[in-house]
Design a protein around this ligand. Sequence first.
Ligand SMILES: *Cc1c(COP(=O)(O)O)cnc(C)c1O
Length: 352
Amino acid sequence: MHSRSCLNINLSLLAENFQKLRSICSQNEIIFMVKADAYGHGLLPIVNFAHKELGVKEFGCATLAEAIQLREEFFDCQFEVYVFSDVQLQNKESAEFYLNRRILPIISNIEDLKSILENPCFKFLPLCLKFNTGMNRLGLPYNDAEMIIDLLKKSSRKTIHHLMTHFSSASLPMDNNKRNLEQRDNFANLKKLFLDSGLNLEKTSISNSGAIEQKVGLEETHVRPGLMLYGPSSLLEQYSEKSCWDGKIISSLETYILDSFSVERGQPIGYGATPCPSNGVVSILAMGYGDGFSTHYVGAEVAHGGLSGKVFGRVNMDMLQVFFKDASLSREIASGNKIKLWSNDPAGLSKF
Ligand SMILES: *Cc1c(COP(=O)(O)O)cnc(C)c1O
């Protein structure tokens, strides 16, 4: 029996990507971003490999639940875990996990900051502050920096464990995009405000993948790469010359052909009765949006067995169609054959 569809993760490619990253930012500590199930690659196996084989000592999760899972699975491992967005500090039971499981919350609003400063239990919790310097998503308001500094001093806090911000537009050039320049300026000012006020900054970071690829933010103690470690560049195609990244896609998505048949121009196919643009072959693949194959991938190119096809018509719950223009039925596209929808091998790569 075929397994329906398979996402293969190649950990030696992850190791290659990591070494490449290391050579770009040899002086920085790395927070390896593993939020959203390690970008869909599997939280536990990725962290296991990254910690034990690559020596990664800091991981960034999105949710407290992910962080707890890491602490439970790797209870005897000495790495740091940060929670970036779904911190749940207002919930007393959740908040206790930070103390009991040695997890670091990234504080990005005043209410959370106050609740930490006002609670004596959190007296020794290292403070990680994320400021909004222009992204306007989560983050302490840049314009309230002085008020926040006051608040910290009144609470007798002398040290910020980690001060950070996040770029909204790291897929655009860092050297001339107005937003990026402004965010870089704002972060520099922010650090100055903290230091001038006598507060101690232990660690700082500003760069996600797109910025690291442009060698920006490497003067900070830390970088926070996510996407690049899994392979892709974050830069928009028209700015690719700004990127020094040549990572390898560590996953390959494979499924198999349920059926293939010859079609004529105009012949309607499947839901929505999409007409075939020319004569050719339609292959029905055993993968759909129920498997996570987005309906937005219609039009993506699929290279297979020397043929070039396109995801065609509508993606269904459990199936999708690939249209091979001007092709005739051949061994490569016969039913039962495996087919790769993406991989690091350019022969099987499809463009989305
Ligand atoms: C997700 C995230 C990152 C990593 O972003 P990539 O673009 O995937 O490298 C870094 N910092 C923060 C705060 C994030 O939320």
